[in-house]
Write a new protein. Sequence first.
Length: 276
Amino acid sequence: MENPFVIKSLRPQLSFDNITGEPQLQIAYQTAHEKEYTLRGLLDFLDSQGEHIVIAIDEFQQIRDYPEKNMEALLRTYIQQTHHLTFIFCDSKKYLMADIFSNEKKPFYNSTAFVSLDKISETSYSTFIRKLLNERGRSITDEALQFILEWTRRHTYYTQQVCHTVFANESTNITINDVKCACQQLMKQGETVFLQYRQMLTNKQWNYLIAVAKEGSVQQITASEFLKKHNIGTPSTSRRLADALCEKGLLNDDITLEGTTYSVGDVFLSRWMERL
Protein backbone atom coordinates (compact mmCIF):
# COMPACT_ATOMS: atom_id res chain seq x y z
CA MET A 1 0.00 0.00 0.00
CA GLU A 2 1.27 3.44 -0.85
CA ASN A 3 2.13 5.45 2.24
CA PRO A 4 0.04 8.66 2.38
CA PHE A 5 2.63 10.52 4.47
CA VAL A 6 3.73 13.68 2.69
CA ILE A 7 5.93 16.46 4.09
CA LYS A 8 4.35 19.44 2.41
CA SER A 9 6.71 22.04 3.81
CA LEU A 10 9.78 20.64 2.06
CA ARG A 11 10.90 22.94 -0.77
CA PRO A 12 13.91 21.50 -2.62
CA GLN A 13 16.24 24.01 -4.29
CA LEU A 14 18.94 22.94 -6.75
CA SER A 15 22.15 24.99 -6.96
CA PHE A 16 25.79 24.52 -7.94
CA ASP A 17 28.95 24.81 -5.86
CA ASN A 18 30.93 27.92 -6.84
CA ILE A 19 34.26 26.08 -6.67
CA THR A 20 33.65 22.48 -7.78
CA GLY A 21 30.57 23.03 -9.95
CA GLU A 22 28.90 20.04 -8.30
CA PRO A 23 25.11 20.16 -7.92
CA GLN A 24 23.75 20.77 -4.44
CA LEU A 25 20.25 20.11 -3.11
CA GLN A 26 18.97 22.32 -0.32
CA ILE A 27 15.69 22.32 1.55
CA ALA A 28 14.07 25.72 1.95
CA TYR A 29 11.50 26.76 4.55
CA GLN A 30 9.37 29.81 5.05
CA THR A 31 9.27 29.91 8.83
CA ALA A 32 11.14 28.53 11.83
CA HIS A 33 7.98 26.66 12.80
CA GLU A 34 8.07 24.79 9.48
CA LYS A 35 11.60 23.60 10.25
CA GLU A 36 10.56 22.18 13.59
CA TYR A 37 7.41 20.64 12.15
CA THR A 38 9.23 19.05 9.22
CA LEU A 39 12.05 17.65 11.34
CA ARG A 40 9.59 16.15 13.80
CA GLY A 41 7.42 14.83 10.98
CA LEU A 42 10.33 13.20 9.18
CA LEU A 43 11.58 11.41 12.29
CA ASP A 44 8.05 10.32 13.24
CA PHE A 45 7.52 8.95 9.74
CA LEU A 46 10.73 6.91 9.79
CA ASP A 47 10.07 5.67 13.31
CA SER A 48 6.54 4.58 12.40
CA GLN A 49 7.83 2.11 9.80
CA GLY A 50 8.54 -0.41 12.55
CA GLU A 51 11.95 -1.22 11.07
CA HIS A 52 15.32 -0.59 12.67
CA ILE A 53 16.72 2.39 10.72
CA VAL A 54 20.20 3.84 11.09
CA ILE A 55 20.58 7.54 10.32
CA ALA A 56 24.15 8.78 9.79
CA ILE A 57 24.68 12.54 9.90
CA ASP A 58 28.03 13.73 8.57
CA GLU A 59 29.60 17.09 9.47
CA PHE A 60 27.34 17.15 12.50
CA GLN A 61 29.16 20.11 14.05
CA GLN A 62 27.50 22.33 11.44
CA ILE A 63 24.37 22.19 13.55
CA ARG A 64 25.99 25.01 15.50
CA ASP A 65 26.09 27.18 12.40
CA TYR A 66 22.32 27.20 12.10
CA PRO A 67 20.75 30.61 12.79
CA GLU A 68 18.28 28.95 15.16
CA LYS A 69 19.82 28.67 18.60
CA ASN A 70 17.74 25.72 19.79
CA MET A 71 18.43 23.13 17.09
CA GLU A 72 20.59 20.91 19.32
CA ALA A 73 17.89 20.86 21.99
CA LEU A 74 15.11 20.19 19.48
CA LEU A 75 16.95 17.34 17.80
CA ARG A 76 17.84 15.73 21.12
CA THR A 77 14.21 15.95 22.24
CA TYR A 78 12.90 14.36 19.05
CA ILE A 79 15.54 11.61 19.08
CA GLN A 80 14.63 10.65 22.65
CA GLN A 81 11.03 10.09 21.55
CA THR A 82 11.87 7.59 18.79
CA HIS A 83 11.95 3.82 19.30
CA HIS A 84 13.35 2.30 16.08
CA LEU A 85 15.97 4.84 15.02
CA THR A 86 19.70 4.71 15.69
CA PHE A 87 21.83 7.77 15.01
CA ILE A 88 25.48 8.03 14.04
CA PHE A 89 27.00 11.51 14.29
CA CYS A 90 30.18 11.96 12.27
CA ASP A 91 32.72 14.73 11.99
CA SER A 92 36.46 15.16 11.59
CA LYS A 93 36.60 18.08 14.04
CA LYS A 94 37.00 16.06 17.21
CA TYR A 95 37.19 19.00 19.58
CA LEU A 96 33.82 20.32 18.41
CA MET A 97 32.22 16.90 18.68
CA ALA A 98 33.67 16.54 22.16
CA ASP A 99 32.12 19.85 23.17
CA ILE A 100 28.73 18.85 21.76
CA PHE A 101 28.62 15.47 23.52
CA SER A 102 30.85 15.95 26.57
CA ASN A 103 29.88 19.42 27.74
CA GLU A 104 27.38 19.02 30.58
CA LYS A 105 25.79 22.33 29.63
CA LYS A 106 24.84 21.09 26.14
CA PRO A 107 21.67 19.14 25.19
CA PHE A 108 23.54 16.10 23.82
CA TYR A 109 25.69 15.69 26.95
CA ASN A 110 26.49 12.06 27.73
CA SER A 111 24.01 10.78 25.12
CA THR A 112 26.37 8.83 22.87
CA ALA A 113 29.29 6.43 22.79
CA PHE A 114 32.47 7.77 21.17
CA VAL A 115 34.17 5.77 18.43
CA SER A 116 37.35 7.00 16.73
CA LEU A 117 38.14 5.41 13.36
CA ASP A 118 41.80 4.92 12.54
CA LYS A 119 43.26 4.33 9.09
CA ILE A 120 42.87 0.89 7.52
CA SER A 121 46.10 -1.08 7.88
CA GLU A 122 48.44 -1.25 4.90
CA THR A 123 48.29 -5.06 4.88
CA SER A 124 44.48 -5.18 4.83
CA TYR A 125 44.27 -2.47 2.17
CA SER A 126 46.86 -4.17 -0.06
CA THR A 127 45.07 -7.51 0.19
CA PHE A 128 41.72 -5.92 -0.62
CA ILE A 129 42.98 -3.99 -3.67
CA ARG A 130 44.91 -6.95 -5.07
CA LYS A 131 41.88 -9.24 -4.62
CA LEU A 132 39.56 -6.92 -6.56
CA LEU A 133 42.07 -6.52 -9.38
CA ASN A 134 42.74 -10.26 -9.60
CA GLU A 135 39.01 -10.97 -9.82
CA ARG A 136 38.97 -8.79 -12.94
CA GLY A 137 41.99 -10.33 -14.57
CA ARG A 138 44.44 -7.62 -13.49
CA SER A 139 47.67 -7.79 -11.49
CA ILE A 140 49.62 -5.14 -9.59
CA THR A 141 53.18 -5.09 -8.29
CA ASP A 142 54.01 -4.77 -4.60
CA GLU A 143 55.88 -1.55 -5.41
CA ALA A 144 52.81 -0.04 -7.09
CA LEU A 145 50.55 -1.01 -4.20
CA GLN A 146 52.91 0.48 -1.64
CA PHE A 147 53.15 3.70 -3.64
CA ILE A 148 49.35 4.06 -3.81
CA LEU A 149 48.91 3.68 -0.06
CA GLU A 150 51.82 5.98 0.77
CA TRP A 151 50.84 8.64 -1.75
CA THR A 152 47.17 8.71 -0.64
CA ARG A 153 48.15 8.37 3.04
CA ARG A 154 45.65 5.51 3.23
CA HIS A 155 42.77 7.98 3.14
CA THR A 156 39.89 5.92 1.74
CA TYR A 157 38.46 8.51 -0.65
CA TYR A 158 41.79 9.31 -2.30
CA THR A 159 42.88 5.67 -2.37
CA GLN A 160 39.66 4.76 -4.17
CA GLN A 161 40.12 7.60 -6.65
CA VAL A 162 43.66 6.54 -7.54
CA CYS A 163 42.67 2.89 -7.87
CA HIS A 164 39.67 3.81 -10.01
CA THR A 165 41.84 5.91 -12.34
CA VAL A 166 44.46 3.15 -12.60
CA PHE A 167 41.75 0.62 -13.41
CA ALA A 168 40.15 2.91 -16.00
CA ASN A 169 43.49 3.29 -17.79
CA GLU A 170 43.17 -0.42 -18.67
CA SER A 171 46.67 -1.62 -17.89
CA THR A 172 46.59 -5.39 -17.35
CA ASN A 173 49.82 -5.62 -15.35
CA ILE A 174 49.87 -2.47 -13.21
CA THR A 175 53.30 -1.07 -12.36
CA ILE A 176 54.45 1.91 -10.33
CA ASN A 177 54.70 3.94 -13.55
CA ASP A 178 51.00 3.29 -14.24
CA VAL A 179 50.17 4.49 -10.74
CA LYS A 180 52.32 7.61 -11.04
CA CYS A 181 50.61 8.48 -14.33
CA ALA A 182 47.21 8.12 -12.63
CA CYS A 183 48.32 10.39 -9.79
CA GLN A 184 49.50 13.03 -12.27
CA GLN A 185 46.19 12.75 -14.07
CA LEU A 186 44.20 13.33 -10.89
CA MET A 187 46.29 16.34 -9.87
CA LYS A 188 45.86 17.84 -13.34
CA GLN A 189 42.10 17.36 -13.09
CA GLY A 190 42.06 19.11 -9.73
CA GLU A 191 44.08 22.17 -10.76
CA THR A 192 41.03 24.28 -11.56
CA VAL A 193 39.68 23.80 -8.04
CA PHE A 194 43.12 24.22 -6.44
CA LEU A 195 43.59 27.57 -8.16
CA GLN A 196 40.19 28.66 -6.89
CA TYR A 197 41.49 28.07 -3.38
CA ARG A 198 44.35 30.41 -4.27
CA GLN A 199 41.85 33.18 -4.93
CA MET A 200 40.16 32.56 -1.57
CA LEU A 201 43.31 32.96 0.51
CA THR A 202 45.74 35.72 1.37
CA ASN A 203 49.34 35.34 0.19
CA LYS A 204 50.43 34.41 3.72
CA GLN A 205 47.70 31.80 4.07
CA TRP A 206 48.52 30.30 0.65
CA ASN A 207 52.23 30.11 1.41
CA TYR A 208 51.54 28.64 4.83
CA LEU A 209 49.40 25.92 3.24
CA ILE A 210 52.26 25.16 0.84
CA ALA A 211 54.68 24.97 3.78
CA VAL A 212 52.54 22.38 5.58
CA ALA A 213 52.05 20.42 2.35
CA LYS A 214 55.80 20.26 1.74
CA GLU A 215 56.33 18.97 5.27
CA GLY A 216 53.55 16.39 4.89
CA SER A 217 52.47 17.03 8.47
CA VAL A 218 53.61 19.45 11.17
CA GLN A 219 53.31 18.96 14.91
CA GLN A 220 55.37 21.89 16.14
CA ILE A 221 53.93 24.79 14.15
CA THR A 222 55.64 27.28 16.45
CA ALA A 223 59.08 25.62 16.32
CA SER A 224 61.86 27.91 15.11
CA GLU A 225 63.06 25.36 12.56
CA PHE A 226 59.65 25.28 10.82
CA LEU A 227 59.22 29.06 11.04
CA LYS A 228 62.65 29.85 9.58
CA LYS A 229 62.58 27.16 6.91
CA HIS A 230 59.38 28.54 5.40
CA ASN A 231 59.81 32.21 6.31
CA ILE A 232 56.59 32.27 8.31
CA GLY A 233 57.45 34.83 10.96
CA THR A 234 56.61 34.68 14.63
CA PRO A 235 55.01 31.79 16.54
CA SER A 236 51.84 33.85 17.00
CA THR A 237 51.66 34.41 13.23
CA SER A 238 51.97 30.67 12.64
CA ARG A 239 49.26 29.93 15.17
CA ARG A 240 46.94 32.53 13.63
CA LEU A 241 47.45 31.23 10.09
CA ALA A 242 46.89 27.64 11.19
CA ASP A 243 43.66 28.54 12.99
CA ALA A 244 42.36 30.45 9.96
CA LEU A 245 43.09 27.58 7.58
CA CYS A 246 41.51 25.05 9.95
CA GLU A 247 38.42 27.25 10.10
CA LYS A 248 38.26 27.24 6.29
CA GLY A 249 38.54 23.45 6.28
CA LEU A 250 41.83 23.39 4.37
CA LEU A 251 43.99 22.25 7.28
CA ASN A 252 43.28 19.29 9.55
CA ASP A 253 44.30 19.44 13.19
CA ASP A 254 44.47 15.94 14.61
CA ILE A 255 44.77 15.87 18.40
CA THR A 256 46.50 12.92 20.07
CA LEU A 257 48.29 12.30 23.37
CA GLU A 258 51.49 13.44 21.69
CA GLY A 259 50.00 16.79 20.67
CA THR A 260 48.29 18.35 17.66
CA THR A 261 49.40 17.44 14.14
CA TYR A 262 48.51 19.69 11.22
CA SER A 263 48.17 18.52 7.62
CA VAL A 264 46.46 19.64 4.41
CA GLY A 265 43.04 17.99 4.42
CA ASP A 266 42.79 17.37 0.68
CA VAL A 267 45.50 14.83 -0.14
CA PHE A 268 45.46 15.66 -3.86
CA LEU A 269 45.87 19.36 -3.05
CA SER A 270 48.69 18.53 -0.67
CA ARG A 271 50.53 16.43 -3.25
CA TRP A 272 50.00 19.13 -5.89
CA MET A 273 51.39 21.80 -3.55
CA GLU A 274 54.48 19.73 -2.82
CA ARG A 275 55.67 20.53 -6.32
CA LEU A 276 55.26 24.31 -6.07
